[in-house]
Write a protein that binds this ligand. Sequence first.
Ligand SMILES: [Fe+2]
Ligand SMILES: [Fe+2]
Length: 151
Amino acid sequence: MEPTVRQTGFVGDLLAEHQELMQKIAELQKFWHEVDELGIGPKCQELADRLADIREHLQLHFDAEERDGYLGPALKMAPRFAQEADALRAQHVTMLQSLDGLGGRLRTGGQEIWNSVCAEIEAFVSDLEHHEHRENGIVQAAFNDDGGAGD
Ligand SMILES: [Fe+2]
Ligand SMILES: [Fe+2]
C-alpha cells in the first residue's frame, strides 16, 4: 500500500468541512478578541448575528453528517465505532441548543452578558473541536481499515 492515502469522497468531504467550520470559528474568536483588546465593546448584537451564522453553518454540517445515517459510510467499514458514534450524534442536538441559548442571552445585551457569553463560547468551541476531532478519528480509522481505498 502507498504510504500516502487518498482522502476522497466521504472522508475528504468531512475533513474539508471541518476545516471550513474551524475557519469560521477562528473568525468569530478574532472578532470578540479584537472588540475586547480595542475596548470598543460590548457588541452583543453583532456577536449574536455572527453566532447565528455559525449555527446555520453547523446545522447544515450536522445534517450532512447524518444524511445517510450518521457517519454511515465510515461505520459500514468499521462498525466497532457504532457506540462512540451514537454518543457523538447526540451531541449535535445539545450543541445547537447551547448556541440558541447563548444567542438568546446576547440579544438582551450588556457588558456582563458579553463577558459571560464570550467565556461560554470559548468552552463551546473547545467542545466542538473535541467533537470534530473524534469524528475525524473515526472516519480515518475506518478508511484505514478499508485499506485506504474506499470512500
Ligand atoms: Fe458532528
Ligand atoms: Fe463534524
